[in-house]
Design a protein around this ligand. Structure first.
Ligand code: PLP
Length: 424
């Protein structure tokens, strides 16, 4: 097969005409497909239905003597701290169990930092003329939305499958005390799907920021969400302690993609000192969270092994869907000089990296033919991908049959956009 870059103008023109015909054929079908939603499929949600029976009107609703039906225990019930502490690799006094969303906890942390500062702050972050955050890209759009909403300037940091550009990070944090933190999705990163290497984790933990109140927002949303390979991630809190930076990291996680998104349990793990400081701030915000939901989760899973067994079932349901996406990319695009893609180890996404300047056009062609993709640019702060090349494919929600069809349309759109770009 000849790569598009090796074709002459005549060959490219003929290829464009053939692709346009194929594309028009798909368009005429009036399909409605969606590969934008990073949410569990109905079969995955069904896995957790028995959890709804873990409590009923006859249940005692007590956790180590605490009545979960009543106010109290702002930082969560003991058994949930033990269970999710084990999942996050921290002790029960190094975790706060909150409401049903880790993203809300991240937003709250950031807004408290802006309004009041964090442990060790000389003044609230919001009192600086400018506050900056480092954002490994491609990354998770909602992290960027939080920063944009709160007026925090974002700096792009190139990310590979194995971690962010550490040389650049070390330089930026050392030079500027208004660089107050960075986002990380360290395992099965959204969207690349790789896991930070030991070296990346150690270098992050050993950072020497000019800002004494620098914070790493370690969003371990996919901590146990393997699809193909159960990778190992170093424990950032342990590494921060070893490097003399015990208070520099906030770790986040939730059961959104373990049980029910929006109705799971969110948590944040950090040093004991940070827990005590944060609990005092939280006291102005809440009396307690949904302890019955925490109890339901603990009674259903029993322990971390129970939770991991559930994740094996999720992986078995997700694998054929990821296979369908990767198979289409390999068979339709390999060798054509039409971008590249990353086979993830786990998480919820496959990243396709188009030839520069083609991503927006591909997404718009897909839309024309009835396939909704995540907006090109969503992987970057301010929605601006400078090379216009990243596209996030979310295979979890459609059926494998829908995915195969959607991927046919995606691949034709990729080829058409690539040829169009070369023809100018
Ligand atoms: N963090 C990352 C990296 C995500 O991809 C998602 C959801 O897609 C979330 C957080 C949302 O987490 P939660 O449902 O706990 O708010």
């Amino acid at each position: 097969m000849k790569a598009y870059q090796e074709m002459n103008r005549g060959e490219l023109t003929a290829e464009r005409a053939a692709l346009q015909q194929e594309f028009d054929g798909y368009k005429a079908k009036g399909l409605k497909l969606n590969m934008a939603r990073g949410k569990p499929g109905a079969d995955q949600l069904a896995l957790s239905m028995p959890m709804l029976d873990a409590l009923n009107s006859g249940s005692d609703c007590k956790d180590e003597g605490i009545d979960c039906r009543n106010y109290g225990e702002l930082t969560g019930i003991p058994s949930a701290k033990k269970l999710f502490g084990e999942v996050m690799g921290v002790s029960a006094d190094e975790i706060i169990i909150g409401g049903s969303s880790s993203l809300t906890m991240m937003y709250d942390c950031m807004s408290r930092a802006m309004l009041k500062g964090v442990l060790g702050s000389e003044k609230p972050w919001g009192k600086y003329d400018k506050v900056k955050f480092l954002c490994p890209v491609p990354g998770y759009d909602r992290h960027f939305t939080i920063c944009e909403f709160l007026g925090i300037e974002m700096i792009n940091i190139p990310l590979t499958e194995w971690g962010p550009d550490m040389d650049l990070i070390e330089k930026l944090v050392a030079d500027d005390e208004t660089v107050k933190g960075m986002w990380c999705v360290p395992k099965y990163t959204n969207p690349l799907g790789g896991t930070y290497s030991d070296e990346a984790v150690r270098r992050i933990a050993a950072l020497k920021p000019a800002a004494k109140d620098f914070r790493i927002f370690w969003d371990n949303a996919y901590a146990v969400h393997h699809v193909y390979k159960d990778t190992r991630l170093l424990n950032i809190l342990d590494e921060c302690k070893k490097a003399g930076n015990p208070n520099m990291v906030y770790m986040f996680g939730s059961t959104s993609k373990i049980t029910f998104p929006g109705a799971g349990v969110g948590y944040m793990a950090m040093s004991k000192e940070n827990v005590e400081f944060t609990a005092k701030q939280l006291n102005a915000q809440a009396i307690s969270w949904d302890k019955l939901n925490m109890l339901r989760h603990v009674r259903y899973f029993k322990n971390a092994d129970g939770l991991r067994a559930q994740m094996d079932k999720h992986a078995a349901l997700l694998r054929p869907k990821f296979d369908a996406v990767l198979k289409a990319l390999d068979s339709e695009l390999a060798g054509r000089g039409a971008g590249r893609w990353v086979k993830p180890d786990g998480g919820y996404f496959v990243t396709y990296i188009a030839e520069n300047g083609c991503a927006k056009r591909i997404v718009s062609l897909c839309k024309e033919a009835g396939v909704v993709m995540t907006n090109a640019g969503a992987t970057h702060p301010y929605g601006k991908d400078p090379d216009d090349c990243y596209i996030r494919i979310a295979p979890s929600f459609p059926t494998p049959e829908e995915l195969s069809l959607a991927m046919q349309i995606f691949c034709v759109s990729v080829r058409l956009a690539t040829v169009e770009k070369l023809l100018g």
